[in-house]
Structures are given as structure tokens and as C-alpha cells.
Design a protein around this ligand. Structure first.
Ligand code: DON
Length: 578
């Protein structure tokens, strides 16, 4: 880090310790020296550690965890969806794998509209038309081939074991299945797997066995992605889709390809942020917001103060306009990444922010423009310092809630992330434009933001979260809580959150995020603040901090090498290290 930035970090620390309000106490981060795996399901975290202990690297562990979560975390873990993997290798090289879903070849711009041009309710979320061509299997295999070290069969073995022999459901697992019960009950094949024979949700202590999924995973283990994209699995999905009025074709599966892309990077107070490029909006918008916030002394203003929250909200308001209007799949639209992540653009935005008054979202409307949910994020680091951040998803909880008979595979409803109709909100209330319109083979714009931060050329923090449109602000807030407010990684993740996404023009806050005084001041400034206690939209972040549990410990030296934290909002997750 540059001396000026180091001085700033020290300054930041002193002020943040002095000014941060007391938050609810968090458990201590999990400490380890040789490796750390943080996921939303404890059995999957154990799988990651098992692979690292065997000598696999962080990418091997990420592949094994990806398959394991598809079995033990069916609400979001998947092979019927897609996602992103951000990688930082021990030599400092960074890269990004895009294995997100693509629109089927027969998709059209207006496929979710009726004859009058109105959105057909549920078409983009609850039907076979909602399913994008899945990318997870190809993504995990490309990651393994390019950056892993262990044979495929070794990485799939734990997932196959859990699917075949079953695993015992604990409170978090049961809660998640109960949450999806209504949706799952509508699909015969899904209900037969995820509900009891009497149609009721499983109880704690029951065993979830998934024989069809075990068979699918075994064929992938033996034959590789061809088993999924060219063999019986694709055939079964296409057959089920056709039978239910869907448009998936075998050619969609045969043409699926993973993209390896350059991550988006920016500098925030001397830290290098490496995050997701388009087709995610995540990295661009996190960088845009951080660049704006860099101009405010957040640590001095204090966590949760009206001034800090005002600056955050206004930065979010401006950045989400760009998210929703300017970004899309890079193979189809030209994304102004350089401009949006530039310091000059951040200065322009700051000049438009009135320090005493809330902005008005409608006034920022670009020309031509008139969420229960689940995704999952996991963070991994190995003994050599290879770091991996993965966010992957079915979009909604359990995706469409539909399983193609014979496959055991839950199918995504990622198509809802496209603009069904410019100006109309999607599952996450996002009002989007033409850049994200539906086209054959196009990938819908995402908010997923698997992020790796380094400092002085070394890994510093791995972070990401589910949360739909809020993924961006959840990830951002964890970052500033560590860098500006001096919190340890667990506190930074657990701290109550706020969110603004341009439209609707509201500041959402988690219960207790703001004091009554602050709330009053923000309201006086013109902010429409709404307490939102819904779950799980506030995400489940998974983070790792390197060299100490917080900045103070890192500066002093002598902290644990790896400090892992699973969001306290996550019912089944765990950070596991060794
Ligand atoms: O890619 C996206 O932005 C969404 N499909 C993510 C969905 C999500 O995070 C749901 N979880 N709460």
C-alpha cells in the first residue's frame, strides 16, 4: 500500500473505533492457518476442507463445494443454474469464469408479454419458459481443467455420496425446504424428492436421499460435461420442457460455452478490488459506488450516521440508474465499464449530490425507459494463498421449483433477470432497460459479485453474497465496514444493512440498522426510509480476511492467517478452517 493510503488506513481505524456505535455482538471469526472454506451449508464447507487437506487447491475445493451444495443446499446450490467464479492465484494473476445461463435459441424479446403487451404473471419465474440454459456443470469443469489439480471423480465423490446415501436434515435445512414447500409441491418430480410422501415438509433428523441426482452426478463424474450437455440429462430436460410448453432445445445445450473474462478492477483507498464484469453488473456498480464514497471521510462520519448513510444512498441511487440502463451481456451490448468505474465519473456524481437533501430518483430517469429468492456465495483460500469467490444460483429459491423427471435436477428461473418489459419491475423490483432485453443466446444481467480484494499485492479479503439486486450493496457494505469502520470480518458481515436501488425511490433498512435519531434526520433530508424485515433478501454473505480478524489486528501483525465468517443470517452455513 502507498504510504498515504497506509496513513489513511491508520487514521480510519482510530476514528472508526472511536465513533462506531455499539452493534449487537457477533461471534468471533473462525481462525485457521492452512485454509478456509466459508459456505451456506456446513457439510459443503467440510467438503471444501476435505479437498484442501488432500492437497487440492482452492479451485479444486470450489469445484467440489459447487457440486456438494447442489445436493445439500438445494435452494440455491445447483447444477441446473449458473454463476460466476472470481479467482486470484498465488502469483497475483486474477481471472473470472462466467458460467451463467444463456437464453434459449427460440427466446424472443417479448416472450413474457401477452397480446396487449402486458407481462404474463409468472411466465418468467414459474414455467419452463423461465429456464435459461444452465452453465454450472460446464463452469465447474472448466475451472477444474484450467486451474484445478485433482481428477473430476475425486471432486464429485462427496456430492455423489450425499445424494446417494442421503444427509441428515438440521434446523437450517428443514427451514429452507419448508420455505420452498408450496412451490415444490406444484411439480410432481420435485415434490417426490423434497417433500415427504404425504406432501408435508421434512422434519429435523430426517434423511434427504436424492437417487436421480446421484445418477446424474455419477454420469457427469464419469463422462464430464458431455453427460449433461450432449447426453441423457439434456434429453430429459428438453423433453420435460417441450411437454410443458417450454422452448429449450438440444441445440441450446450443445452450444453452451463458458466465457473466461477479465475481472473488473478498481482501487479503493489503496485496496485493489477485483470483481465481476458484465454480464454481471456487480463489479462495475460496486466500483462506481466505492469511487463516489472515496470522496467522503466515512470512518470520520461514522458507521450508521446520517451523513454516512446519506452519502451511501446517493451513491447507490446514481449507480443503480447505470446498472439498470447501461449494462448487459458484453457479446450483445457495449458496456461503458471504463467510464462507470473511473474516478472522473465519480467526481461528476459527487458534484450532483446535495449534502443536505435526498436526490429524486425520477429526475435521473434515462431516456427510453419508462422478490422469495435464493442464490449462494462461498469463499475459499488455500495454504498457498490461492483465493476463489463463487456466487451461483437458480435465481429464486429452488429456481422454478421444477425438476425434469429422471434427472433430480432443479431448474433455474434466471430468465426473469432479463428486462421482460422496459420500465416494469422484475422479481427484485429492478426496473431495467433495452441493454438487458431478451435475445437468443444472450445472458441476463446479474448482480452477483464474487469479489477478491488485495493490498500490497497480497490477498486481503474474499467476499460475496446472495440477495438479488441487494447483492451489490451487501458486498459493498461488508467492504466498507472492514476498510472504513474497522469491523472484524464477522461484524462487518453481520452488521445491519441499508439498500437503495434507484427505483423504487426508497431507502430499505434492516431492523435496527439505524437509530431513531438517524432515521429522523434522514427523513428530514427527504429520504423515504422503510424498515424491511423480510428474509432472505438481505443475503447471506461469506467472507474471509487474511492476516487478522480486522484492520487493527492486521496492522499490529500476529493475527490468525485466515479469518472466516459466515453470515449470522445464514441458518445452515459455516466457516471451516484448518
Ligand atoms: O444474478 C442475479 O443477480 C440474481 N439472479 C441473483 C438472485 C439472488 O441473489 C437470489 N437470492 N437471494
Amino acid at each position: 500500500m502507498q504510504p498515504a493510503a497506509r496513513a489513511f488506513a491508520a487514521f480510519t481505524l482510530v476514528f472508526s473505533l472511536a465513533l462506531s456505535p455499539a452493534l449487537a455482538a457477533s461471534p468471533q471469526p473462525v481462525k485457521a492457518e492452512h485454509g478456509m472454506v466459508v459456505t451456506a451449508q456446513h457439510l459443503a464447507s467440510d467438503v471444501g476442507v476435505e479437498i484442501l487437506k488432500k492437497g487440492g487447491n482452492a479451485v479444486d475445493a470450489a469445484v467440489a463445494v459447487g457440486y456438494a451444495l447442489a445436493v445439500v443446499y438445494p435452494t440455491a446450490g445447483n447444477i441446473g443454474g449458473g454463476g460466476f467464479m472470481t479467482i486470484r492465484l498465488k502469483d497475483g494473476k486474477t481471472t473470472f469464469l462466467d458460467f451463467r445461463e444463456r437464453a434459449p435459441l427460440a427466446a424472443t424479446k417479448t416472450m413474457y408479454l401477452d397480446g396487449k403487451g402486458e407481462i404474463v404473471k409468472g411466465a418468467s419465474t414459474d414455467s419452463y419458459l423461465a429456464v435459461g440454459v444452465p452453465g454450472s456443470v460446464m463452469g465447474l469443469e472448466i475451472a477444474r481443467e484450467r486451474y484445478g489439480t485433482l481428477p473430476r471423480a475425486e471432486l464429485l465423490a462427496p456430492a455423489i455420496r450425499f445424494a446417494k446415501d442421503g444427509f441428515v436434515l438440521e434446523q437450517g435445512d428443514v427451514a429452507s425446504l419448508a420455505n420452498g414447500a408450496k412451490k415444490l409441491s406444484k411439480d410432481k418430480a420435485a415434490a417426490a424428492i423434497f417433500l415427504k410422501p404425504d406432501g408435508k415438509p421434512f422434519e429435523i433428523g430426517a434423511k434427504l436421499v436424492q437417487q436421480d441426482l446421484a445418477a446424474s452426478l455419477t454420469s457427469i463424474s464419469e463422462k464430464g460435461p458431455d453427460a449433461f450437455y450432449k447426453g441423457a440429462i439434456a434429453d430429459n430436460i428438453v423433453k420435460a420442457s417441450a411437454a410443458a410448453g417450454g422452448i429449450l432445445a438440444k441445440a441450446d445445450f450443445e452450444h453452451y460455452a463458458v466465457r473466461e473474462l477479465k475481472p473488473v478492477t478498481c482501487d479503493y483507498r489503496g485496496y485493489e478490488i477485483v470483481s465481476s464484469p458484465p454480464p454481471s453488473s456487480g463489479g462495475v456498480i460496486i466500483c462506481e459506488i466505492l469511487n463516489v464514497l472515496e470522496g467522503y471521510p466515512l470512518s470520520y462520519l461514522g458507521y450508521g450516521s446520517a451523513e454516512t448513510v446519506h452519502a451511501m444512498v446517493e451513491a447507490m441511487r446514481h449507480a443503480y440508474v447505470d446498472r439498470n440502463s447501461a449494462l448487459g451481456d458484453p457479446d450483445f451490448v457495449s458496456n461503458p465499464v471504463e467510464k462507470l468505474t473511473g474516478k472522473a465519473y465519480a467526481r461528476e456524481i459527487r458534484e450532483k449530490i446535495n449534502p443536505f437533501k435526498a436526490g429524486v430518483s425520477k429526475e435521473l430517469m434515462p431516456k427510453g425507459m419508462g422478490e422469495s429468492t435464493e442464490t449462494t456465495h462461498y469463499s475459499i483460500i488455500d495454504k498457498d494463498g490461492n483465493a476463489v469467490a463463487v456466487t451461483y444460483t437458480l435465481n429464486g429459491s429452488f429456481g422454478t421449483g421444477m425438476v425434469a423427471p429422471g434427472t433430480g435436477i432443479l431448474l433455474n428461473n434466471e430468465m426473469d433477470d432479463f428486462t421482460s418489459k422496459p420500465g416494469s419491475p422484475n422479481l427484485y423490483g429492478l426496473v431495467q432497460g433495452e441493454a438487458n432485453a431478451i435475445e437468443p443466446k444472450k445472458t441476463p444481467l446479474s448482480s452477483m459479485s464474487p469479489t477478491i480484494i488485495s493490498r500490497d499485492g497480497k490477498p486481503f479479503m474474499i467476499i460475496g453474497s446472495p440477495g438479488g439486486a441487494r447483492i451489490i450493496t451487501i458486498t459493498l457494505e461488508a467492504i466498507i465496514n472492514v476498510i472504513d469502520h474497522g469491523m472484524n470480518i464477522q461484524e462487518a458481515i453481520d452488521a445491519p444493512r441499508i439498500h437503495h436501488q434507484w427505483l423504487p425511490d426508497k431507502v430499505y433498512m434492516e431492523p435496527y440498522a439505524l437509530s431513531a435519531d438517524t432515521l429522523k434526520r434522514l427523513t428530514e433530508m427527504g429520504h423515504d426510509v422503510q424498515i424491511d424485515a423480510s428474509w432472505p433478501i438481505w443475503g447471506q454473505a461469506a467472507g474471509i480476511l487474511v492476516g487478522g480478524k480486522n484492520l487493527a489486528e492486521i496492522e499490529e501483525g500476529g493475527g490468525a492467517r485466515y479469518n472466516g465468517a459466515m453470515d449470522s443470517r445464514a441458518a445452515a452455513g459455516a466457516a471451516r478452517g484448518f
